[in-house]
Design a protein around this ligand. Structure first.
Ligand code: ADP
Ligand code: MG
Length: 387
């Protein structure tokens, strides 16, 4: 992290020839449990991780927004008044430009605020299901809120990030990722009710219980995810409509027999995943409160089975990573994120970490899969101004 901040500060100087006004950062996230529940007005339990995106920002004396990132040679510069013209067409810069645009849609007067230079660096892996997109959105949202003195709350800024991603980037995602990135706390998860948008911090206590959370990044790009994701959303909407409820959140386990009778098999299984996953989130929260993190393993395993068999969003690499982790000492494991690739997580006794790493490397090689990345993440604080 100190390196990241120094690098981005230097880069800001090199690009703009002046000093920055401040540094802001926001983390990626891991979703502990509650997958594909967010857009069904359901329950999720993500936590912010110790991988962050840093934004160096400085006000300009004109009305341009200029964005640069270590991830790209391509800096983008455009008048704040013309953001609408590049909507969905600025590549990676859609994320930061979309946040400025979304702030305009959320009360900021883009004709009155000063222009801004934003220089971005990150150690959140891109496309691994750790939400580098929410990290960049949340860091930029917090920076612009400060620089432009907008005074928006963190839940407001989460909505701004989601608006940017939905309407500017064009990705139909829920509000979980931005909420975790903005409201995360060290050693805790964010329990988010996506219907009321109420949040509660739930202590995790992994380290105190001798546990660590491993990310098992399969390296399988979730490039085809958009189609699958849209299809799953459509199935959920169709299931809710057929059962006469506004969203799947309005159903409980007791409604499943009726759902089975009234829906086709595929739609029923999509619905069953969401309904049982909401219940598993509640069960994990209760287990964490009453018995501690060692008690949640079976619920993580059940979540994976539901995503593999009912929601059908796993891939062989994710299944292999989960099985191998469990065979080598993990107490619970599941794929995390939208699916069709990306990462799994494994809750693991600290003393089993290296055995699991070696076993997963070996299993992937044996199956002819590309080498995975296995690394621990620590539940960490959310977005902050760093200087
Ligand atoms: P994920 O959120 O799972 O990492 P997404 O496809 O949602 O994957 O978002 C990744 C995209 O976000 C990247 O392809 C890039 O366009 C943008 N992005 C994320 N972090 C950065 C960064 N530090 N600099 C530039 N663009 C970034
Ligand atoms: Mg993303």
């Amino acid at each position: 992290m100190p390196d990241l901040r120094d690098d981005v500060r230097d880069l800001f100087g090199a690009i703009t020839g002046r000093d920055l006004d401040g540094l802001w950062s926001a983390p990626g996230r891991v979703n502990l449990i509650g997958e594909h529940t967010d857009y069904n007005a359901g329950l999720v339990l993500p936590f912010a991780i110790d991988r962050r995106t840093v934004v160096a920002a400085g006000a300009r004396d004109d009305a341009l927004i200029r964005v640069a990132s270590t991830f790209s040679d391509q800096a983008v510069e455009i008048p704040l008044a013309e953001l609408d013209d590049v909507r969905g067409r600025a590549g990676w810069a859609d994320y930061p430009l979309g946040v400025a645009w979304a702030l305009g849609r959320s009360g900021a007067d883009l004709a009155a605020v000063p222009g801004v230079d934003l220089v971005i660096d990150s150690n959140v892996p891109v496309g691994a299901g750790l939400s580098s997109s929410a990290a960049i959105e949340s860091a930029v949202a917090l920076a612009l809120d400060d620089l432009w003195r907008l005074g928006l709350s963190r839940p407001d800024l989460a909505r701004v990030g989601q608006l940017a991603e939905n309407e500017f980037v064009g990705a139909p995602t829920g509000i979980m990722d931005q909420t975790a990135s903005l409201l995360g706390r060290a050693d805790a998860a964010v329990f988010l009710d996506c219907r009321s948008l109420e949040t509660e911090s739930i202590p995790l206590g992994f380290a105190a219980a001798g546990l660590t959370l491993l990310v098992l990044d399969t390296g399988v790009a979730h490039a085809h995810a958009t189609g699958g994701y849209r299809e799953r959303r459509a199935s959920c909407e169709a299931g809710a409509a057929a059962l006469g409820v506004a969203t799947l959140r309005d159903l409980t386990i007791d409604d499943l027999p009726r759902a089975r009778a009234e829906l086709d098999d595929v739609t029923f299984r999509r619905v069953r995943h969401v309904v049982t996953e909401n219940q598993r989130v509640l069960d994990v929260v209760r287990a964490l409160r009453e018995d501690g993190p060692a008690a949640i393993g079976a619920l993580l395993d059940a979540s994976h089975a539901s995503m593999r068999d009912d929601f059908e969003i796993s891939v062989p690499e994710l299944d292999l990573a989960v099985e191998t982790a469990l065979e080598n000492g993990a107490i619970g494991a599941r794929m995390t994120g939208g699916g069709f690739g990306g990462a799994a997580i494994a809750l693991t006794p600290v003393d089993a970490v290296s055995r699991i790493q070696v076993a997963i490397d070996g299993a992937f090689a044996e199956h002819g899969f590309a080498a995975p990345e296995v690394f621990p993440v620590r539940p960490s604080d959310g977005a902050a101004r760093d200087s």
